[in-house]
Every structure is written in C-alpha cells, then in structure tokens.
Design a protein. Structure first.
Ligand SMILES: Nc1ncnc2c1ncn2[C@@H]1O[C@H](COP(=O)(O)OP(=O)(O)OP(=O)(O)O)[C@@H](O)[C@H]1O
Ligand SMILES: [Mg+2]
Length: 326
C-alpha cells in the first residue's frame, strides 16, 4: 500500500474451458507490499486464476494486469519481475539443495557472478546452511517448502505467486513458512534482516485452504465455483458477511449435540442459521443467540448431553467462510 497503483488488478476476469466457467467475472486488486489470500474449496478456480496472472492461460473475457502490464500479452516483461511456487511441487527431488538452487538461479537468468551470493542468501533465509548436499527428497515437507520459496525469490521478484504453498505441512512448519512471508513483505532497513539477505517489500498472492493462514493475510478474496463471494480485510469480511452471532458450546458429545441442534433447527423449534462441529466444540450461529441460550441448553439436556461450557465468541473466518458458502 506504499504505491497507489495496485500490483495486480483483475477486472471481470473470466475463464471458460468449453462450456464450463472456471472463473466467472471476478474483480480484485492486490496492493503493493501486502499478503493477499485467495481462498476457496477444491476446484473453485484458484490455480486457474494464478495461471492467468502468470500469462500461462489467456482469459476468455475481462482483464488481468500485473505491475501495470497485461498479464498475457506482456508476460515476457512480467516474468522476470515475479516469482511462482506452483501447487504441484516445483523442486527436483533427486537433486541436492544446492543443485536445485543453482538450477533455479540459472533458469531465472542470474549471472555467474551473482549466483553464488544469491544462493548463499537463499540458504540462510531457508535455514538450510550446512544441508547444501542433502538430496531434496530427504528433506521434510516443511523444509522442502522453505527451499521452494527461497528458489522462487532468487531473482528478487517484486510479486510472488504461491499456490497452496503449505498444503500437507505440519502446523509448526507452516508457522515458520509464514514467518518467512512476513519478513519478505515487511519493508525494513534493520541491519540484521538486511544481512540475512532478505529482499524487502515483496507483494505476496497466496492461495490456501487453511483458515488460520487466512486470518494472517492483510486482505482476502473467497471464491466458490469461480465466483467471488467475499473480499476485503479479515475484519471487513467478518463484519460485512456475518449477520449472526456465534455461540461456542463445549458439550459432552459434540457430534450428538450437532445432530440434536440441527434437528431442532429443521423442525423450527430453534431459529438458527448454522450448526457446525469444530473438533470437540460446536458453533451455533443465530441472529439473537443470547435469547436462545436457555432453549439450546434445554434441547441438549433433554438428549442427555451435558454442557461443560457455553459462551458467545467473535466469529472466526472459518465461521464466516462456512456461512458464505451456504
Ligand atoms: N485445462 C482445463 N481444462 C478443463 N477444465 C479445467 C482445466 N483446468 C482447470 N479446469 C477445471 O476448472 C475448475 C477450477 O480448477 P482450479 O485448478 O483452478 O481449481 P483450484 O481452486 O485451484 O482447486 P484445488 O484447490 O483443488 O487446487 C476445476 O473444475 C477444474 O477441473
Ligand atoms: Mg489449485
């Protein structure tokens, strides 16, 4: 947001495959220096959108520009200025860490003078110093993703497109990966981070299925079947899209509690918008949840379900996402 022109602008962006519309007239801006999250269930059009941004697919209608240039017709000028981590894994498993970095550095056109320095920076950034000669297939998933990220930024791109970069990675490694993303987007003159070789102020466009990651994005778009159903900061989306309040219940049997409350909703005994299972908890969404608490209590106790705890909580993005998807 340090620049008035957006880093990426999509207007009426549409992609059809034959009769099938994979992306249907979506509009969004990605501001400079932000982490922009693109969320949606499987098959909703996330990768198709990224492929149009990279100029790999031509939109059927509408437009998409990256760094002020048309993503398709100007792709040759855009490519050196962007980085891409594909959903299908982009590293060569039989190559070592160092060989993968050399390969990517050369592919991005880095000169022989620059390559050793950039590789060293990448190794420091990914925390892979000392593991240069490890075969990539012997790294854990979390380390591989960090290596892939550092390979994608060897040429110091201004915009980074990450397609589900943390899918299948454990929560601690996901956290470490996001710490790297924050360092990348944060402009800093701090000597330590500069010495760590971080390029600063990168713009990140990232697709994810993980709602905790969505909460950490500066702004988001939710897509479903190619249509955009929510757009804005996490707080804006929560306040705009969430009409009801959320009651969180810790019952003795959460699965059974969901069933009982859904039955009560279906039969009209309780006016509820949503009843969702959250691990061992149940979230109930309704416009006047406060007035319903005692009746919810009664429904559950009649079914011999004991309530350990019940409180009204702020909606999470997951609550909002589920509500939007219905
Ligand atoms: N080349 C193609 N030809 C025909 N249909 C396609 C093509 N590419 C994608 N699709 C379809 O377009 C829809 C959107 O696919 P896309 O890969 O963009 O979804 P996604 O949101 O990335 O899903 P996932 O979360 O599974 O990665 C899907 O129904 C997919 O089958
Ligand atoms: Mg995809």
């Amino acid at each position: 947001m340090n620049n008035k022109t957006a880093a990426v602008t999509a207007r009426g962006l549409t992609k059809q495959f034959g009769d099938f519309t994979a992306v249907n007239g979506i509009n969004f801006d990605v501001n400079h220096g932000e982490i922009f999250g693109f969320l949606g269930p499987n098959g909703s059009g996330k990768t198709t959108t990224i492929r149009m941004m990279l100029g790999l697919l031509q939109p059927s209608a509408g437009s998409i520009s990256v760094l002020g240039m048309d993503a398709h017709s100007d792709s040759a000028n855009i490519r050196p200025r962007v980085g891409y981590m594909s959903q299908r894994f982009s590293l060569y498993n039989d190559l070592t860490v160092l060989q993968n970095l050399k390969f990517y550095g050369s592919a991005y056109g880095l000169s022989d003078d620059l390559l050793p320095e950039r590789i060293q920076e990448a190794l420091v950034m990914a925390g892979l110093e000392g593991r240069e000669n490890t075969k990539t297939k012997d790294l854990s998933g979390g380390w591989r993703q960090r290596l892939a990220l550092s390979a994608a930024i060897l040429h110091r791109p201004e915009v980074l497109f990450l397609d589900e970069p943390t899918a299948g990675v454990d929560p601690i490694s996901r956290r470490a990966f996001w710490d790297l993303l924050y360092k990348l987007v944060t402009p800093s003159t701090d000597a330590k981070t500069v010495n760590e070789g971080f390029q600063k102020g990168v713009t990140v466009f990232v697709t994810t299925h993980y709602m905790d990651e969505a909460e950490h994005c500066h702004r988001l778009a939710f897509i479903q079947r190619g249509e955009m159903i929510a757009y804005g900061t996490p707080e804006e989306i929560k306040s705009k899209k969430m009409s009801g309040q959320v009651l969180e219940i810790a019952p003795s049997n959460a699965v059974e509690a969901v069933k009982v409350l859904r039955d009560a909703k279906k039969s009209g005994r309780l006016v509820l918008e949503e009843v969702e299972l959250y691990g061992a908890l149940v979230h109930v969404i309704a416009p006047d949840i406060k007035d319903l608490q005692s009746r919810i209590n009664t429904e559950l106790s009649q079914a011999n379900i004991h309530i350990d705890q019940m409180e009204i909580i702020a909606p999470s993005l997951e609550d909002v996402f589920i509500a939007c998807m219905r």
